[in-house]
Design a protein around this ligand. Structure first.
Ligand code: SF4
Length: 705
């Protein structure tokens, strides 16, 4: 037995990016505790983070060796890496030769490490010659990406966590950080406890734990965020609670915005939102009086058919008050997954290239073609997450390679997703766990190394890059994802461009793509990241200043990343484009996370302590709606929508608004047991620009079962 040894690393669950000290106990097992020296969490961990070692130590569900089958009616057979990748490469080449490069696709994950994310994109965009690579981050933050690009000129989070302690008004809209970003929330709570004049406003159709702890809870009707934000904007303008110098010198679009927000009176807006006028007035006043105004949001804004407009309408409030680029101020999109930000850096979306370059920009394509020295980069935007599965269903996309994500549970409209997988000609699933429901549809299964079994980097919600240590060996024949990609690339004939001595070389290659861009991290290396975390940008010049920790805050000089360096205020329409309610489906279904589970529960459901919080799925329904339907507490009910149905227990609570109900997103076993499978019901509408699904507004009916 080896001697116990401590390693610094980063939690692999959410975008908060907490530092962890993991102890290798010497027997293949580890123990974790919060890293007291880490600038994000200062030793704290939430329930998921503090139980992370159980998911590493329990290897009972791990995929241990490659498997394949010749057709789906046959059982999976153990295979070797060489045989499996030879066959996979042969099938990919056949489809590419016969139907063109757009006949294949990669569906990856915001949980991939930056190095892996970079390589998948290099392979698909730079060598296969298609842009058909998208990520499950499309389902959670692509509306924020477009919102930042349109308003600030680039997908760049302007703030940092230290702004929490510098703010005195925090507006949380469409988010429940008390459950979903717990360490951020603990910092907010601690700040308020130390400075009682700090005010928290929460905008959410549900009375969540975050809302309950807030000074103001605007319990709006689902889909009315833009109307609310415009109403706040109108009050700020009417009272001249603006930063007129900032507006004049650093923004465009204010006049159109003024006209737009004056289209509705406060009374009309309050009625549409279902909240009282006084609370909207109070909110506007708190924002106006704040020295530090921080807005935070997640899926309530992003996962919407009008997600981009919701983002823009909220960012507008920071711009018209000039509360951006200063300590304690700015719009802060909280990312859900641990490396959603890293994925954005490497161009992990179907419309992007490395370092915030765009597929649509010919110069950007040329730059990356020259850098990679591979094939011509297609000018056709690739298929986004839901488009990819639609294309499989229609038979146009022939092969899909799914990495580190479980779309059979996480995609909206699960039955369409199942049909897509059944129609797919060839499916590769690369995962750590045999619990991933998507495996049931696979032709090839590849075992991947998990967190703590490989090294690499991730970037959290505040642009902070962290190094993750390899602490224990992967079980069986499981390999780090980056190694699997390189082995496959060699089988495809591009070995020379995918040969690296170590993971550090892959990271270095990626950092060179950032040179001269707004996310320049040419000064960042593994050596540096082993000493400290870094917030981008961080150039070679900064690397020479040994005390530098990178860039805490962007736009401090009032110059934005737009061509004329001015931020753009967008006069967005405030209509709700979600599916319409009807007599048959009169209730609005909202979906979301619960405190102790992560995504599709393949990891967290293995930890007894985490299952104790809310062990079975339930639908929250308002007492008046339950009474009208004779539904009793804990009874099994059936929820029906246009796309499917689901059975689940009823939880009667006035924490949801009358006319709405809420179902956790995590459950979703396929093939027979659909108990609580939320995505049987969710809408397949997507935002026109971000292509992010409308997870939080589906028309349903709930009845006794
Ligand atoms: Fe991990 Fe997020 Fe919890 Fe921090 S807040 S310990 S990153 S799950």
């Amino acid at each position: 037995m080896k001697e116990a040894k401590k390693y610094k690393t980063t939690c692999c669950y959410c975008g908060v990016g907490c530092g962890i000290v993991a102890t290798d106990l010497g027997n293949g097992k580890i123990h974790v505790e919060g890293d007291k020296e880490h600038p994000v969490n200062k030793g704290m961990l939430c329930s998921k983070g503090m139980n992370l070692h159980y998911t590493v130590n329990d290897k009972s569900d791990r995929l241990l060796y490659p498997q394949m089958r010749m057709n789906r009616s046959m059982p999976m057979q153990r295979s070797t890496w060489d045989e499996t990748l030879d066959r996979t490469a042969a099938i990919f080449k056949t489809f590419i030769n016969k139907y063109g490069p757009d006949s294949v696709g990669f569906y990856v994950s915001g949980q991939c490490l930056t190095e892996e994310y970079y390589l998948w994109n290099k392979l698909m965009k730079g060598f296969i010659g298609s842009n058909n690579i998208d990520t499950n981050s499309r389902l959670c933050m692509s509306s924020a990406v477009v919102g930042y690009k349109l308003s600030l000129g680039e997908d760049s989070v302007p703030v940092c966590y230290d702004d929490i302690e510098e703010s005195d008004c925090i507006l949380v809209e469409g988010a429940n950080p008390a459950w979903c970003h717990p360490i951020i929330w603990r910092r907010v709570e601690a700040h308020k406890a130390a400075s009682p004049n700090v005010k928290i406003i929460t905008v959410d159709p549900r009375r969540t734990q975050t809302a309950s702890a807030s000074d103001v809870h605007l319990q709006i009707n689902p889909g009315s965020d833009v109307t609310l934000n415009h109403a706040i904007g109108r009050i700020l303008i009417e009272n001249d609670w603006l930063d007129n110098d900032f507006l004049k010198n650093h923004t465009d679009g204010f006049e159109e915005y003024r006209t737009k927000v004056f289209e509705k009176t406060l009374t009309e807006s309050a009625e549409i939102c279902g909240v009282d006028e006084k609370s909207i007035l109070k909110t506007a006043k708190l924002i106006a009086n704040a020295k530090g105004f921080l807005s935070m949001w997640t899926m309530g804004l992003n996962q919407s058919v009008i997600g981009v407009n919701k983002n823009l309408s909220l960012i507008n409030l920071s711009l018209i008050t000039g509360k951006i680029g200063k300590a304690g101020n700015g719009p802060f999109s909280l990312t859900g997954q641990p490396n959603a930000m890293g994925g954005r850096e490497v161009g992990g979306l179907a419309n992007m290239l490395a370092s915030h370059r765009e597929i649509a920009n010919p110069q950007h394509r040329t730059e990356m073609e020259e850098f990679w020295g591979g094939n011509k980069i297609s000018d056709k935007i690739g298929l986004t997450a839901t488009e990819m599965f639609k294309s499989l269903e229609e038979g146009k996309l022939k092969a899909i390679w799914i990495v580190c994500t479980n779309p059979m549970v996480s995609l909206p409209d699960s039955r369409m997703a199942e049909l897509a997988m059944k129609n797919a000609k060839f499916v590769v699933v690369q995962d750590i766990s045999n619990r991933a429901d998507t495996i049931k549809f696979a032709d090839v299964v590849l075992p991947a190394a998990a967190w703590a079994e490989k090294e690499g980097t991730m970037t959290n919600a505040e642009r902070r890059i962290s190094y993750l240590n390899k602490i224990v060996d992967a079980p069986g024949e499981a390999l780090p994802d980056a190694e699997i990609i390189c082995r496959f690339a060699k089988k495809m004939g591009w070995g020379a461009k995918f040969t690296y001595e170590n993971f550090s070389e892959i990271y270095h290659e990626f950092t060179q793509t950032t040179k001269g861009t707004n996310i320049d991290i040419t000064g960042v290396s593994y050596e540096l990241l082993k000493e400290k975390t870094i917030q981008w940008p961080y150039t070679n010049a900064e690397e020479k200043v040994k005390s530098s920790i990178g860039t805490k805050r962007l736009f401090q000089n009032g110059e934005f990343y737009t061509p004329n360096k001015r931020a753009k205020i967008h006069a967005v329409p405030d209509e709700n484009l979600s599916e319409k309610l009807s007599q048959d489906f009169p209730l609005i279904l909202l979906t979301g996370r619960i405190r102790d589970q992560w995504h599709t529960m393949t990891k967290t459901a293995r930890v007894n302590k985490l299952n104790q919080h809310l062990p079975i799925p339930y639908v929250e329904i308002h007492p008046n709606d339950a009474k009208k339907r004779n539904i009793l507490e804990e009874e099994i009910v059936e929820i029906k929508g246009k796309r499917g149905d689901v059975k689940v227990k009823a939880k009667i609570t006035d924490e949801v608004k009358q006319g709405t109900c809420f179902l956790p997103m995590h459950w979703g076993r396929v093939l027979g047991n659909d108990f609580g499978r939320a995505n049987n019901l969710t809408s397949n509408l997507v935002d026109a620009r971000s292509k992010e699904p409308d997870f939080k507004f589906s028309a349903v009916e709930v009845t006794k079962y």
